[in-house]
Design a protein around this ligand. Sequence first.
Ligand code: B12
Ligand code: SF4
Length: 556
Amino acid sequence: MRILLYNPDNGVTRNFMPHLWMFLLQALTPPGHEVLLIDGNARAMTDGELVSFVREQKIGLVGIGAMTRMIAKAYRVADAIRAAGVPVVMGGPHVTEVPDEALGRDGGPCHTDAVALGEADETWPLIVADAARGELKQIYRPQLDKHGLDQKPSLQAYPLIRWESLDLNQFSLIPKLFRPFMSKLGSGWGTFHVVPIETGRGCPYGCEFCTVTGFFGDSIRFRTNESVVDELLRLKARARRERGQIAVFFIDDNLAINIKRTKSLLRDIIAAGAQVPWVAQISANLLRDEELIDLIAESGGKWIFIGMESIDPTNMADVNKNFSKPGEYGAVLKRLDQRNIYAITSFIFGMDNDTVGVADRTLKEIQSWPPGLPVFGQLTPFPATPLYDRLEKAGRLARPKHWLDFAPFVMAHDPLKMTIAEARAETKHAWTCSYSPHQNARAVEWLSEKPLQYRISHLVARLFFRGIYFPQIGWQAWAKVITQNRHTILTLAKDSLITAWKVRKSSRKIKDGKRALSLTASSPDCLDRSSAGHEVDNQNNHGYHEQQVDKAPAHI
Ligand code: B12
Ligand code: SF4
């Protein structure tokens, strides 16, 4: 049987990274079946195009996974595929939380033949076998443990995702047109993939707005260090072979949830030479440990995503996240900055203690920290979260099924001390100020003492992150943003040229020095020779930085 796994895009922004669930289920598919992957973020297709694809490729089963935010689109696509006579199974957080909606058992239309509830690692092979026999059941759920709870798959025997040979073409972030030219740059930029890797699942913290503790459970399961290191080594080898670049997003909800284990993993990565540039989510309270941060830097860590949520401790207590202390955010970021690690700082507006002006108050605080990539969202009641239940009981849900008429940046409930419209305006203000050409220039200027590669990568990351809020898909949007930021871009271009010129000059000096050394090898003038040698050393030091610059930014 041929199986298509499909993840819809959200229609607003484009993910920079494919979804892990597809690769995982592909790896867990029993032999004898072929699995094709389409991520709507990378390969945008209309419903009609998808249906034609399914027909042409003779697909026998379509698996669709979606977060709440994309579920309306997922239902629409599922309806179209089922209308063409091909069975659909849906999985992921949203259908796990409200399975009756997908199955049409809440009075609404039925969108799917089957749902896979919770973690599907163990149910997927059964689903495939049943579908191949034409005996798909409506609901697949993990076996229950003795407490009547879902048995969570152990990650000790983790499936082998064949990163080294998978077709990742649709996921490269380098536009096709530039690939031949880019592959000749430095160590090669012909492809650039950001690859999701999990090293563990589960989070015990139970923040009120989050679905993770409910979905994955509060006990944490880890993969072995060996399997993670092996995955990194295979990715690294692929990048080298393709003359491309690979960066990894460790998608664990909190990579440092068990600091001892995290340190052991990072040490093993370093010992195996498996470093690639990586990003991970770590909560601020776990970033106090200097040794951990040293290891993060040495193992390739470049950006840390920190769910800061609010600078107001009352808000943090309201959402059960007061283990994260706004008072220490600045110190955490400085600690990271000392190792050239930067943070994606995530904030939520519309919390119960937020009032008009929350954006400016937050921006003021952010400006006192080393530069990072701030992102701003709004408090959203996802189904089956404690937040959803609390707001529902209090009659505060303005749009109880907000996902069915998804409206970006429009809250689904009334915040206590401001209106929905005010929360939206605050969010817009925060994004506008954070990614203005002036702020971008300021961030790059702040880093003026750092090697050029950090300044370049910071600016590139800023231009991309801006696109999470401001539509930035297509050439025109990019041309506009490049024009707006031309001063900063030109400054960096000028610095790059100067640096390149210095490298050339110093390498010429090294060559001359070597020639002089060989000419004077038999001469008694040792003094001259040692000073030439000294100069060579200096140049080498300098040359090392330049070599990295030459490679273009190694960060995402
Ligand atoms: C990585 C990640 C992202 C990435 C993007 C996703 C990507 N490309 O991987 C980034 C950082 C961009 C991101 C952004 C957002 N994210 Co996010 N993200 C995650 C994270 C941390 C990991 C996802 C993952 O790969 N998990 C590991 C895999 C193995 O688990 P899984 O996807 O659930 O898949 C398993 C099962 O669900 C099932 N399954 C899944 N799909 C399917 C399909 C079929 C057919 C079957 C049979 C089974 C199946 O099988 C898998 C194996 O067991 C999760 C939290 C988490 N731990 O899952 C949040 C999470 C998915 N994100 C969430 C949210 C809310 C967001 C944002 C809306 C945040 C925001 N305010 O902007 C944005 C929206 C992005 C968008 N495109 O619109 C929520 C979703 C909640 C919900 N009910 O929808 C989660 C659960 C976190 C949370 N705090 O609750 N996210
Ligand atoms: S927000 Fe982060 S720390 Fe809180 S429960 Fe979710 S995953 Fe855990």
